[in-house]
Design a protein around this ligand. Structure first.
Ligand code: GTP
Ligand code: MG
Length: 207
């Protein structure tokens, strides 16, 4: 997909405040600092469309970007950020889960996991919740530039094996680096194909 335009629309503190759900939407979720905002910028070919930071907890609101004037890309706050109070963490969790369960134009959730680590409980729990809630999702491994290719392959395989303990089928998997722009085209191709399918089938989110 060629990105002709990518613009920031708004930041929302509640799912009810998000833009009209009149176009297909794709959202990025994952632990704080996993690289959600960086990957959005890499895909959009834009240095700082989504705000990034070395300090976890940078994205605290739901950020909507309008792409090619016909679909939304959404940057969500990270989950599992230990340094905020328990109450605030619960608030973030509620914001995220309410958004996911109520946003009727949400077509696919990209769950980002750090390719450097073995499967983490918090990510596996979140993936489990997506499955149980019937939320369509894909898994995106981030920061592969930080690993030797052979280690990256090993880690991805270990993750797949962990998922296969619970799931009969694996979701779509993408291996990415925002730094090297790896895997961005694959994600964009998936979005393009899905958008074309929705258009050909005259899917209207307002109905
Ligand atoms: P929150 O908004 O806090 O939830 O974080 P986030 O998931 O949006 O992460 P962000 O994109 O802000 O990136 C966190 C840190 O990881 C930054 O210092 C980025 O430069 C770095 N980073 C992100 N993606 C990559 C990558 O592909 N390769 C490398 N080497 N560093 C990356
Ligand atoms: Mg962010």
């Amino acid at each position: 997909m060629v990105i002709k335009t990518a613009t920031f629309v708004k930041s929302s503190g509640k799912w009810q405040e998000c833009p009209e759900p009149d176009m297909p939407e794709y959202a990025f979720i994952g632990r704080s600092n996993v690289g959600k905002s960086s990957l959005i910028n890499a895909m959009m070919n834009h240095k700082d469309l989504a705000k990034t930071s070395g300090t976890p907890g940078k994205t605290q609101l739901i950020n909507h970007f309008l792409v090619n004037e016909n679909w939304y890309l959404t940057d969500l706050p990270g989950y599992g950020y230990a340094k905020v109070s328990k109450v605030l963490r619960k608030d973030f969790e509620k914001l995220i889960t309410n958004y996911i369960l109520n946003r009727r134009n949400l077509v696919n959730l990209f769950v980002l996991v750090d390719s450097r680590h073995s499967p983490q409980k918090i990510d596996l729990e979140f993936i489990q919740w997506c499955g149980e809630s019937g939320v369509p999702f894909s898994i995106v491994f981030t920061k592969v530039d930080k690993l030797k290719p052979s280690i990256a392959i090993k880690n991805v395989e270990a993750y797949k094996n962990e998922l296969l303990k619970t799931w009969a089928d694996l979701p779509e998997i993408y291996v990415t680096s925002a730094e090297k722009k790896e895997g961005c085209d694959e994600i964009l191709n998936f979005i393009q194909t899905t958008n074309e399918f929705l258009e050909n089938n005259s899917v209207n989110f307002n109905e």
